[in-house]
Design a protein around this ligand. Structure first.
Ligand code: SDX
Length: 378
């Protein structure tokens, strides 16, 4: 039982004042800068949403054009950066490669001082522009393929698919990925965003802030869940096996990946939209047999744990979208990171406008007043 002062995981404890995104966990609502996620998913695009998150307002046509052009101008990787990524072990996880290459990218950049508005804004577009390129470069190298340079005629989502395959993406595939990036772009004070704010509060540079947040997102309780969902589903032979699978996982006090949330106590609104996107892709590209298992799994888990507020979260259906787009399973979390970079940088910028270094307290439960005992007397 936690002592009165201690709140495990800081559950519900405000760590900052923010105007970037808002969640209503009981009603299943999410909004970025006051605009509902449903409306943004339907009417906006990832590059516009990224600028909205960072600067707070929907851009004018000129502002949107300028921001998109800056993102395209900032996709380039030097030969030395490509050598860094080539040198990473191909059997390593793409999230580890992303964390390492983001830190290295910062070493090559001069835009590191948040106090200089020009450097701050330069770092923001450099990091958002380069993230997809870092992910695609590692994917190509570990597959024994050559790097495919970014195509300036394509927006962020379409260019990412281009850099993975060297083929201009199907418009539906590009649009679906663009919406998935919108859905993952921000989510109030989640663990990786909190990490970004903590590291930023020490006045570390923005590349280090993002590399730290990538590390936090790697964990299977956070961003890494989307990869685990598909791997879990692959162990279930058919819908008739689902009850035993759930029973087995719960009997060992295990977690069902893609379910539950610290804030949402109903189905994550992003899961609702991602499920719809998955079905849209199935109509065009063919159904995935695992999808029926997933729908049955949702029914089974909600029937057993729904009373505890456990429902599908953003990670439960995202994997169906990404695998239908031909994206390798262990690249799912890097895609989450590509999207969330806009949120991390929006929070970093907000934190630095009125910064105080994070330094929480603790409840001490250790010993007091002990005297040293020489080792030959122990
Ligand atoms: C993301 O914070 C964000 O906003 C994150 C995110 C974002 O956009 O940034 O939304 C993205 O990280 C989504 C979550 C992805 N993670 C998973 O799908 C992993 C599985 N989920 C669980 O680990 C869990 O639900 C968490 C981590 C998401 C939330 O954990 P909490 O709030 O700390 O809840 P808890 O672990 O204290 O669980 C409360 C109870 C426990 O049962 P009791 O001990 O009270 O009997 O609910 C149970 C838990 O055992 N429970 C689950 C469960 N989640 C909670 N039981 C089985 N399977 C689960 N998934």
């Amino acid at each position: 039982m936690a002592t009165p002062e201690l709140v495990p995981g800081l559950a519900g404890i405000p760590a900052a004042e923010s105007s970037i995104s808002y969640i209503d966990g009981q009603k299943g609502l999410l909004a970025y800068r006051g605009y509902s996620i449903e409306e943004l998913a339907e009417k906006s695009n990832f590059e516009e949403v990224s600028r909205l998150l960072v600067h707070g307002e929907l851009p004018t046509p000129e502002e949107h054009e300028r921001f998109s052009a800056l993102l395209r101008e900032n996709r380039g990787l030097s030969e030395r950066m490509l050598d860094v990524i080539r040198a990473l072990p191909g059997n390593g996880h793409p999230m580890d490669a992303l964390q390492a290459s983001m830190a290295a990218l910062g070493m090559f950049s001069r835009a590191r001082d948040y106090r200089d508005p020009a450097q701050r804004d330069e770092a923001i577009v450099r990091i958002i522009g380069a993230m997809p390129v870092l992910v695609a470069a590692f994917e190509r190298f570990r597959s024994g393929e050559d790097f495919i340079p970014p195509d300036p005629s394509l927006d962020t989502a379409a260019n990412f698919l281009w850099m993975l395959t060297g083929e201009k993406p199907d418009p539906l595939a590009a649009r679906v990925l663009d919406v998935a990036l919108i859905l993952h772009a921000d989510h109030t004070m989640n663990a990786s965003t909190f990490t970004a704010r903590v590291v930023g509060s020490t006045e570390a540079d923005p590349f280090t802030v993002v590399a730290s947040a990538v590390g936090s997102l790697t964990g299977p309780l956070h961003g890494g869940a989307n990869e685990r969902v598909l791997r879990d589903l692959e162990t279930v032979s058919g819908v008739e096996e689902v009850p035993d699978f759930v029973e087995g996982r719960l009997a060992t006090k295990g977690k069902l990946m893609g379910f539950g949330h610290r804030v949402y106590k109903v189905k994550d609104p992003r899961a609702v939209i991602l499920q719809g996107l998955a079905r849209e892709l199935f109509e065009k590209l063919g159904r995935t047999p695992l999808y029926d298992v997933a729908v049955r799994l949702e029914e089974e888990v909600v029937s057993r744990l729904g009373h505890k507020g456990i429902h599908p979260n953003v990670d439960f259906y995202s994997g169906f979208v990404y695998s239908k787009l031909g994206i390798p399973v262990d690249d799912f979390t890097p895609i989450f990171a590509i999207a969330r970079t806009s949120g991390w940088l929006a929070h970093w910028r907000e934190q630095m406008q009125d910064n105080r270094i994070f330094r929480p307290g603790q409840v001490y439960s250790g010993e007091h007043g002990r005297s040293y005992v020489p080792i030959d007397q122990r």
